[in-house]
Design a protein around this ligand. Structure first.
Ligand code: HEM
Length: 448
């Protein structure tokens, strides 16, 4: 660091700290307050997305709303943009080069562009904001994805199988000692994915309770229209996560290990990520690594408890778990929706979609499209084409961790069923207060 930077450093820091509350308020207003106003108004007028995102009853059971929308057509207008429930349209949009993931900010009014710039806070940036690969378009998307995809090839994931098995067994050994009613999310479904992704990324396992707490608060930022109170708590969690990552990167620069993050911090200059890109990439891998698979495991246990014959048939025929995991992903998708921005005027399913419109893709509804899945509301672990679901999206943003999630799902559920074949849900499971993600916060079970 030069003397000059040292001499001038304190001033911007003081100013940045003083401006923080204003930035938070502006940031919340444009990212959540304004959409919330649109959505609430829309919900009162019967707007589909408004009802989906604002009505607690619809969060519990979105299926009737999805069917209502489907009956109105493959593409239906909504308060934030056109909405689709159709598998064919969702596949087309997700794979189309005419659509991107980035928000259409360059088309927004000048005051809004200013508000986004003013509200920008690198140390509180979440997974649904650039430069997270989830919401950037090529060429940046291609650059980020290429740097991390080697760690997620089928061969790399197969090599990871014994570690996943060992982690599951270790957690189940601990569960053996429990008596009475146990919260399966807390004791197993949340623990397995966080321990696995911590090992894969080379972040300390001991911090897992912190990750889970931060992740739970930050996951809410995926839902447009958050209340100010929840937004502030999410922002606090993101600051804590980014601060942890900054220390972790510094440690790895001093003592690199043989893990993905060490490789990312040590990239040669011509490939190196900026600090901000590095934070966004690792934060996404970490968050996506555990905030989604927990829902797959929890949703599976609840569905199989309600369909006991299928649980028993899987215990008798363990290779069936591969298909069972696909059917859970289809039937009760852990990620219910995503969005894409039209880069040009296009016609989708006969409906004109204007350049700059944000299209809402209801993955959870596309996965129940009767055109693709006969009798879609029926849960059937032997459904032949369950794997045609879009639970991992499609196109260039297809889930990077799909192979890992499937492995964790199959091993996690098979081992659980072998160890505790008598497991039963005991009490009412509580859903997480989230819309984009769908899963359980608490899942009381008796193990034997
Ligand atoms: C059941 C578990 C999971 C589900 C349902 C799921 C679902 C998804 C979906 C739907 C997307 C794309 C969203 C879009 O198109 O806008 C996505 C992207 C992503 N997922 Fe997953 N995911 C799961 C587990 C994981 C795991 C274990 C990881 C591990 C690191 C992971 C890492 C990612 C990453 C990095 C992306 C961004 C890919 C890109 O933008 O190119 N996911 N996931």
């Amino acid at each position: 660091m030069t003397t000059d930077t040292v001499a001038t450093a304190p001033r911007p820091v003081v100013r940045a700290a003083a401006l923080r509350p204003a930035r938070t308020a502006v940031r919340w207003a444009v990212r959540h307050g304004l959409p919330a106003a649109y959505l609430s108004g829309g919900a009162r007028r019967g707007d589909p997305l408004g009802r989906l995102l604002r009505d607690p009853a619809v969060r519990e059971e979105p299926w009737p709303l999805y069917e209502e929308l489907r009956a109105r057509g493959a593409v239906v207008p909504g308060s934030l943009g056109p909405v689709t429930t159709s598998h064919a349209v969702a596949s087309e949009v997700l794979r189309s080069e005419s659509f991107g993931s980035a928000l259409p900010l360059d088309r927004a009014p000048r005051w809004m562009q200013w508000a986004f710039r003013f509200g920008d806070q690198p140390e509180a940036t979440g997974v649904a904001e650039p430069p997270s690969m989830l919401v950037v378009d090529p060429p940046d998307h291609t650059r980020f994805r290429r740097l991390v995809s080697k760690a997620f090839t089928p061969r790399a994931i197969t090599a990871f199988e014994p570690a996943v098995q060992q982690t599951a067994d270790h957690l189940l050994d601990r569960l053996e000692r429990s008596t009475g009613v146990v919260d399966l999310v807390d004791a197993y479904a949340a623990q397995l994915p966080v321990l696995v992704i911590a090992d894969l990324l080379g972040v300390p396992r001991e911090r897992r309770e912190d990750f889970l707490r931060w992740g739970a608060a930050a996951a809410a930022t995926l839902d447009p229209g958050l209340s100010f109170r929840r937004y502030v708590s999410a922002e606090r969690a993101l600051r804590a996560m980014n601060a942890f990552l900054a220390e972790h990167f510094a440690r790895l620069r001093r003592h690199p290990g043989d893990d993905l993050v060490s490789r990312l911090v040590g990239l040669p200059e011509e490939e190196a990520l900026t600090e901000r890109e590095l934070h966004a990439t690792v934060l996404l891998l970490l968050g996506a690594g555990f905030e989604t698979t927990v829902n797959l495991l929890g949703n599976a246990v609840v569905l199989l408890d309600a369909h006991r014959d299928q649980w028993e048939s899987l215990i008798a025929d363990p290779p069936g778990w591969d298909g069972a995991v696909e059917e859970v992903l289809r039937h009760d998708s852990p990620v219910q929706l995503t969005g894409r921005t039209a880069g040009a005027d296009v016609v989708i399913a006969g409906q004109p979609v204007r350049a700059g419109s944000r299209m809402v893709v209801l993955l959870g509804a596309a996965n129940r499209d009767p055109e693709v899945f006969p009798d879609p509301a029926r849960f059937d672990v032997t459904r032949p084409n369950a794997r045609d679901h879009l639970a991992f999206s499609a196109g260039i943003h297809y889930c990077l961790g799909a192979g890992l999630a499937r492995l964790e799902g199959v091993i996690g559920l098979r081992r659980l069923s072998e160890r505790f074949p008598e497991l039963r849900v005991s009490g009412r499971p509580e859903r997480r207060d989230l819309r984009t993600l769908r899963g359980f916060e608490r899942l009381p079970v008796r193990l034997r």
